[in-house]
Ligand binder design. Structure first.
Ligand code: HEC
Length: 150
């Protein structure tokens, strides 16, 4: 049941994405601003996770922040509708649109790693958390190398 809801949510988000900037802007949504501020929040969330790990803090408290990364990864590729290839100082590379499957996979890789992080955090599994934190970090770097201009 939960799976169906997630899938429906993704479909709705994807449909909104495909409708393009025209519609998004008529609704007052700026996809470039949304994806960039989202990345800033993601970076803050991840920095907080790493700080807790480094300080040997409460690992269980990391489940929520990890799930937030997982959820954002699921919708992130929908924030690149056609028409937002340029403008608003975007650093998005053209490959996001020419290799959409690869870009979606890169986001899913971060989502999967964040899911493992949430599971390890809930289990208070120190080694599992360390492995998953590294996997999330690797997923950030891999996507940036392929799909973001410096
Ligand atoms: C699926 C690809 C992908 C993944 C995974 C990803 N990023 Fe990004 N990131 C991008 C792209 C593309 C941009 C540029 C977006 C734009 O300018 O329109 C970006 C931009 C950013 C920015 C700059 C935002 C701004 O204000 O313009 C930060 C900071 C950032 N990412 C941090 C991270 C961190 C930290 C992670 C991992 C936890 C991460 N990203 C994972 C693709 C990704």
């Amino acid at each position: 049941m939960k799976k169906t809801i997630v899938f429906l949510g993704l479909t709705v988000a994807a449909t909104a994405g495909f409708a393009g900037t025209g519609m998004a802007q008529s609704q007052g949504i700026d996809p470039i601003e949304l994806r960039q501020t989202g990345m800033d929040l993601l970076a803050g969330d991840f920095a907080g996770i790493r700080a807790v790990v480094a300080a040997k803090g409460d690992l269980k408290s990391l489940e929520g922040p990890a799930k937030a990364i997982q959820r954002y990864a699921a919708i992130y590729p929908t924030l690149f509708p056609k028409g937002t290839e340029s403008g608003g100082n975007t650093k998005a590379k053209p490959e996001i649109w020419s290799d959409t499957a690869g870009f979606t996979k890169a986001s899913a890789a971060m989502g999967a790693a964040a899911g493992e992080l949430a599971t390890a955090a809930r289990a208070n599994d120190e080694a599992g958390v360390a492995t998953a934190v590294k996997a999330v970090g690797d997923a950030c770097g891999a996507c940036h190398r392929a799909y973001r201009n410096r």
